[in-house]
Structure formats: structure tokens, C-alpha cells
Design a protein around this ligand. Structure first.
Ligand SMILES: CC(C)(COP(=O)(O)OP(=O)(O)OC[C@H]1O[C@@H](n2cnc3c(N)ncnc32)[C@H](O)[C@@H]1OP(=O)(O)O)[C@@H](O)C(=O)NCCC(=O)NCCS
Length: 227
């Protein structure tokens, strides 16, 4: 993220996993154990807060398959690495704005360790003969603006188009609002019409700015009063 002014991507290039904002980096540094497996001297993971079990639920997708939604847990870190391995390059690029061969375990550890207040992620999983497998993740992270959080989503290619992205969006916004978030933003590649369409249909867009191929979308959850 560039200092002072418009940010082009939800990333700290070269030093920080995409999707973790500058503000989240600050939060992460405040507590938890050092994150140094792959990045000596880098930030630390967030100290987990109380697990919000009430956010667990089953969701029926368009083809009738049931996905289990639950808040992320520290032991999901290897499952996040495995999910990344199953993503197409296109999907991974749309989510992370960069080409990574693998999700570094140290990044996965940061993604999997949230405090369930300032940082929260909801995963969707389904059962396989080998055990539950992650098929989607939605998250919010704090930003430099008080009351504003940044959201990001990914759904495994084979599960896209079945309503899971919409379900995760609604679940993340609801969890964020319940924890005090008032404003939302997302960084979306300008040609990512599916995500832009999702936000346009399921939120109230309050502003958007395009720079260097990336759209910074600011929005609010739809309310009964929204047009
Ligand atoms: C964006 C993303 C999370 C949406 O997940 P999803 O599970 O496909 O979402 P949904 O099934 O709820 O579909 C969302 C909308 O896209 C439409 N859509 C679904 N599949 C589509 C396809 N193959 N082509 C075009 N539109 C499609 C759906 O009709 C739906 O529109 P609707 O709300 O009018 O029904 C998913 O495509 C993804 O992981 N993309 C890569 C990562 C990414 O772009 N992240 C966003 C950065 S914040």
C-alpha cells in the first residue's frame, strides 16, 4: 500500500501478504508470537480472541450442496495453503493481485490467526472422504480510517457461481457491523466484473476510484432504508 493517498492494492508489496492492510499490520505487531518462518523481522500474528461460535452455520448453495460456514481458526493455516494450491492462477491473481506459486505458510498463519473483533475471517468448508476442505474465505481487516474495514473474498473455482461469494459477503458484512464497523472498502481489479457486480448488487456503493487498473470501492451494507 502506498503511503499518503490512494492505495492501489490490498497489499504491502514484497513484505506483506496481500489482503492484509497497513492497519492490520499494525494490529498484528501489537500482540502474538513473532512471524519469522519466512520473513525474519516481519510482523507478528494476532492474538486470538474468543471464538464466535454463533457465526457457525450451514448454507445451501444453488445446486443444493451444503457448505459449512465458520469463523477461521489458527489450525486452518495449512488448509489455507491447500486451498491456495487448488485455485486457478486467474482466481489467485484476482484475490491477491500478484502471482504466488504457493501461499507462504507464514502468510497463512497470519490469515488464520485473527482476534475476531478487529480482524475476522469466515471460511466455507465441505466434507470430503479425506476430511473437511476449505472452498472459500471472506475476511475483513482494519484500515487507517476509524470505523472502516477492508474486505476480501475468494471462492475455489469449482465452487464459484453457486452463490457462495454472495453468502460469504453477507456473512462478513454482518459480522463486521456487529463488531462496530460502519464503513467498508474493497480493492478490486478493474476487470473483475463478478466481484464489482456482487458489490453493486448486494451493497450500497458510496464511492469508487480507479487507479492503475484497481478500483477502490467504498460501500455500506444494504439496509431496509437503502434504495
Ligand atoms: C468474486 C467471487 C468471490 C464470487 O464468488 P462466487 O461464489 O462465484 O459468487 P456468487 O456465486 O455468489 O456469484 C456472484 C455473482 O456473479 C455471477 N456469476 C457467477 N458465476 C459467474 C460466471 N462464471 N461468470 C459471470 N458471472 C458469474 C452470479 O450470477 C452472481 O450474480 P447474482 O448476484 O446476480 O446472482 C469469486 O468469483 C472469486 O473467488 N473470484 C476470485 C477472487 C476475487 O475476485 N476476489 C475479490 C477480491 S476482493
Amino acid at each position: 500500500m502506498k503511503a499518503g493517498g490512494f492505495s492501489h492494492a490490498p497489499v504491502i508489496p514484497d513484505t506483506w501478504p496481500p489482503g492484509i492492510s497497513v492497519a492490520a499490520q499494525g494490529v498484528a505487531r501489537e500482540g502474538g508470537e513473532p512471524l519469522n518462518e519466512d520473513q525474519p523481522g516481519a510482523a507478528t500474528v494476532t492474538t486470538p480472541g474468543e471464538y464466535p461460535k454463533e457465526l457457525e452455520r450451514d448454507a445451501t448453495l444453488k445446486e443444493g450442496t451444503v457448505a459449512h460456514l465458520r469463523p477461521i481458526r489458527p489450525d486452518d493455516a495449512p488448509r489455507l495453503v491447500a486451498l491456495f494450491d487448488r485455485l486457478s492462477r486467474h482466481t489467485a491473481y484476482q484475490r491477491f493481485f500478484s502471482v504466488l506459486k504457493r501461499l507462504p505458510p507464514a502468510y497463512a498463519k497470519v490469515f488464520a490467526n485473527v482476534d475476531y473483533q478487529q480482524r475476522l475471517a469466515i471460511v466455507a468448508e465441505h466434507d470430503t472422504p479425506a476430511g473437511p476442505e476449505l472452498i472459500g474465505v471472506g475476511r475483513y481487516e482494519p484500515t487507517d480510517t476509524p470505523g472502516m474495514v477492508e474486505v476480501a473474498f475468494v471462492v475455489q473455482d469449482a465452487w464459484q457461481g453457486q452463490g457462495l461469494g454472495s453468502i460469504l459477503l453477507d456473512a462478513v458484512l454482518q459480522a463486521a457491523v456487529a463488531r462496530g464497523a460502519q464503513q467498508f472498502r474493497a480493492f478490486v481489479l478493474g476487470d473483475n466484473y463478478r466481484m464489482l457486480g456482487l458489490l453493486a448488487r448486494r451493497t450500497e456503493i458510496v464511492g469508487s476510484k480507479r487507479e492503475e487498473g484497481v478500483v477502490a470501492v467504498e460501500f455500506r451494507p444494504l439496509t431496509a432504508a437503502s434504495p
